[in-house]
Design a binder for this molecule. Structure first.
Ligand code: NDP
Length: 317
């Protein structure tokens, strides 16, 4: 089935960035279609209390914040669809989006499909996300006040998280699965020199303890060199093992960096071989490996929607 109607704009992703874009595009009467994708609500939907989003002095639960944004976007005519993108043809104009069951044509596309945190994928870890397991030190560090915690990873993200978390935690144990650290020497040295950070190498997490209590009680660890198991009593586990940008479906059609993030020109325009792709804009974590905050993603969604408006106006809409 092919839907012959050409949309003014389609927004890929329903996280903070996509929904902010939808609010702005909706208010401009563009009737945006938001494709919710495989992680509806994005990373906020798996967070608990968000205390640093301006306007909520007591904080707000991540899923509630997302729900509010959805309602706000729908109030201005945004259409939310649980569909996800199978493939896109950006060489065609209007742009063609294959949603599996049908094709959607659109004059503009905002890619706000985000980056998913990489998890260990242990059942116990997944059960405790938001209850002492977190992939965002900036978001949840505050809740680790006075506690002994663990950070998993050996790259710059893990070092940065560990250093940041020393502001709150009484002790940070950094656990790396090998003896080799991927982090840049300066970050590694800084973390190693910190008196509150202890390093454990050649070690993997086998289980996060506390599933029954719905609260992290410790980690069951295994030394990969000796096979010896041990228990590390911590109340929080932060993952710092990287993110996976959700832009795989645009490979070959768009300039991406070596890790698959969109290389957005002037923060918002997508390019192929350095040339701007007509009508295709990027917003949020899909092009931001640095800040990754709800508020920066929201701001970026706003920017993309304003660019869409300008683009449509310049192209006679
Ligand atoms: P990296 O890919 O650099 O590092 C990921 C780390 O996680 C590695 O130590 C890796 O181990 C480990 N890891 C991956 N999967 C698992 C797993 N399943 N179990 C246990 N450990 C795992 O990601 P980062 O997010 O740290 O950095 C990404 C990029 O962003 C880098 O280029 C980095 O320099 C940059 N960055 C820069 C910062 C800064 O300059 N302030 C801050 C943050 C990031 P292994 O080595 O064994 O694969």
């Amino acid at each position: 089935m092919s839907d012959q109607t050409v949309r003014d704009t389609v927004i890929l992703g329903s996280g903070c960035s996509g929904l902010t874009a939808a609010i702005y595009a909706g208010r401009s009467n563009l009737k945006p279609l938001v494709l919710e994708g495989h992680e509806p609500g994005g990373q906020l939907s798996i967070t608990t209390l968000v205390e640093n989003f301006p306007g909520w002095p007591e904080g707000i639960q991540g899923p509630e914040l997302i729900e509010n944004m959805k309602k706000q976007a729908q109030r201005f005519g945004a259409e939310l669809s649980m569909a996800h993108l199978v493939s896109a043809d950006l060489t065609k104009y209007p742009i063609e989006l294959n949603l599996g069951s049908h094709i959607v044509k659109t004059r503009t596309l905002i890619i706000a499909s985000g980056a998913s945190a990489r998890w260990l994928n242990l059942p116990s870890e997944q059960a405790l996300i938001g209850h002492g397991v977190s992939s965002c030190a900036t978001c949840d560090g505050f809740f680790a006040r006075g506690k002994e915690i663990a950070v998993i990873g050996g790259g710059d993200s893990a070092m940065e998280e560990a250093l940041f978390l020393t502001r709150f935690a009484s002790k940070v144990t950094l656990i790396n699965r090998t003896a080799k650290f991927r982090a840049s020497p300066i970050m590694l040295e800084r973390a190693m020199a910190h008196s509150q950070i202890e390093f454990i190498s050649n070690t993997i997490v086998e289980e996060v303890l506390g599933v029954e209590e719905k609260d992290v009680k410790g980690l069951r660890l295994k030394n990969t060199a000796t096979g010896v198991e041990s228990i590390l009593p911590v109340s929080f586990m932060f993952l710092g093992i990287g993110h996976i940008p959700n832009a795989k479906m645009f490979e070959g059609q768009m300039d991406l960096d070596e890790d698959g993030y969109i290389l957005a020109k002037d923060d918002v325009y997508t390019t192929l071989n350095g040339e701007i792709i007509k009508g295709v804009f990027a917003a949020g974590d899909i092009k931001d490996r640095k800040y990754r905050q709800a508020i920066t993603a929201a701001g970026s969604g706003c920017m993309a929607a304003l660019e869409v408006e300008k683009f449509l106006e310049e192209h006679g809409r």
